[in-house]
Ligand binder design. Structure first.
Ligand code: PLP
Length: 403
């Protein structure tokens, strides 16, 4: 199908929740590059929004998917599933967690984590159900996760939202402390807000949240949907802060492009879900879990987590140089290969995204006018350098236009 035909079908048949999509349809990808229907190459610094951790057509991922598909793609969790058990073991071995539950998306993982927190107290006869989360956060699109997501634009059309969620300012320990009541069961937090514009939780804040949860007997749930699976230069984002959450959630990069989500729980929290208390038809699906195993094994075999740290440092240094050169760049943030560059309102982030696309680079704009860079972890240093050069040219044009 030609791009025009796809666009016409989409317009007629698909619910438009995405506004004007970028008028590009990809045909295939290799490494960190996507090729569109006309054969044009784009180096991808978005990776399906922090999903395609191994880039495109990685042989390890393709082989794992093919091998599993050759056997069977789905099997009910009423039976034992080899890939499911194998992936759960890998996640536990790489983390502070003790047990895993698989689902299909980040929203579902977070929703399950909230159910786990409520049940944690319910099973000992305590009526604690409130979850404190942050303003400017993003935890997903189910009704409860819209309530947890502290952004009015996602909440307003769906009122009334489920009860039991309180959104307080990010990076303010006092705000969390003030919000704790006898009904509070958990704090749900991103250690780096992704969709909110790559905003890092401060060391004091994240460490303080752990202490607050300990002193009030609350569960600390870390949403690692975007920060997890090597993206920030550690296997999990919480590792940067020297803390261990009671529960953390995963999705995005875990399947390398195959849909999967996971709830990982530690200690007593790992013993909460018992027979009948939670479930999912597709959660822990053999195909998705085989992909997850291949992703984790490849991250380890190819040193991609350490690579994310090292390449991210070079990338950030390059962005910092641009910041020193162009006064309309107000901030550079992030860790590993989860970086953001905030522009002041005189420059439109969306225009920069378009200009980058014209030059053959895929980036996006998140939060408050912040360019977000979340490339595949296999991205090469010369690809990073190429983007930095392209941004330099684009920003130079902006400056001329602004002058
Ligand atoms: N949590 C975080 C931190 C996310 O970035 C996202 C998606 O962007 C989600 C949860 C929701 O994940 P999903 O879209 O897979 O439901």
């Amino acid at each position: 199908m030609e791009l025009n035909e796809i666009m016409a079908l989409d317009k007629q048949y698909y619910m438009n929740t995405f506004g004007d999509r970028t008028p590009v349809a990809f045909e295939y990808g290799k490494g960190s590059t996507l090729y569109d229907k006309e054969g044009r190459a784009y180096i991808d610094f978005l990776a399906g929004i922090a999903v395609n951790s191994l880039g495109y057509a990685h042989p390890a991922l393709i082989n794992a998917i093919k091998e599993q598909a050759d056997k069977f793609t789905h099997c009910s969790s009423l039976f034992y599933i080899e890939a499911q058990a194998a992936l759960a073991k890998r996640l536990v071995e790489h983390s502070c967690g003790n047990r895993v539950f698989f689902c299909n998306s980040g929203s579902e993982a977070n929703e399950g984590a909230v159910k786990l927190a409520r049940k944690y107290f319910n099973r000992i006869g305590m009526n604690k159900y409130e979850v404190i989360s942050a303003q400017n956060s993003f935890h997903g699109r189910t009704l409860a996760m819209v309530a947890a997501t502290g952004q009015e634009k996602y909440q307003k059309p769906y009122l009334p939202l489920p009860d039991g969620f309180v959104n307080v300012p990010y990076n303010s320990l006092e705000a969390v402390e003030r919000a704790i009541t006898e009904k509070t069961c958990a704090v749900l937090i991103e250690v780096i807000q992704g969709e909110g514009g790559v905003i890092e939780g401060s060391m004091d804040y994240i460490k303080g949240l752990r202490q607050l949860c300990d002193s009030h007997g609350l569960l600390l749930i870390v949403d690692e949907v975007q920060t997890g699976i090597g993206r920030t230069g550690r296997f999990f984002g919480y590792e940067h802060y020297g803390i261990e959450p009671d529960v953390f959630t995963l999705a995005k990069g875990l399947g390398g492009g195959v849909p999967i989500g996971a709830i990982v729980a530690r200690g007593k929290a790992a013993e909460v879900f018992d027979p009948g208390s939670h479930g999912s038809t597709f959660g822990g699906n053999p195909l998705a879990c085989a992909a997850g195993c291949a992703v984790i094994d490849t991250l380890t075999a190819e040193g991609l987590v350490e690579g994310a740290e090292a390449k991210g440092a070079v990338f950030k240094e390059g962005l910092d140089k641009l910041r020193a050169k162009y006064p309309f760049i107000v901030d550079v943030r992030g860790k590993g290969l989860m970086l953001g560059l905030e522009l002041d309102p005189s420059v439109s982030g969306r225009d920069i995204v378009r200009s980058a696309l014209d030059k053959g680079f895929i980036i996006n704009c998140a939060g408050r006018n912040t360019l977000r860079f979340v490339p595949p972890l296999v991205i090469a240093l010369d690809e990073i350098k190429a983007l930095l050069d392209a941004l330099d040219e684009i920003f130079a044009d902006c400056q001329k236009g602004n002058a």
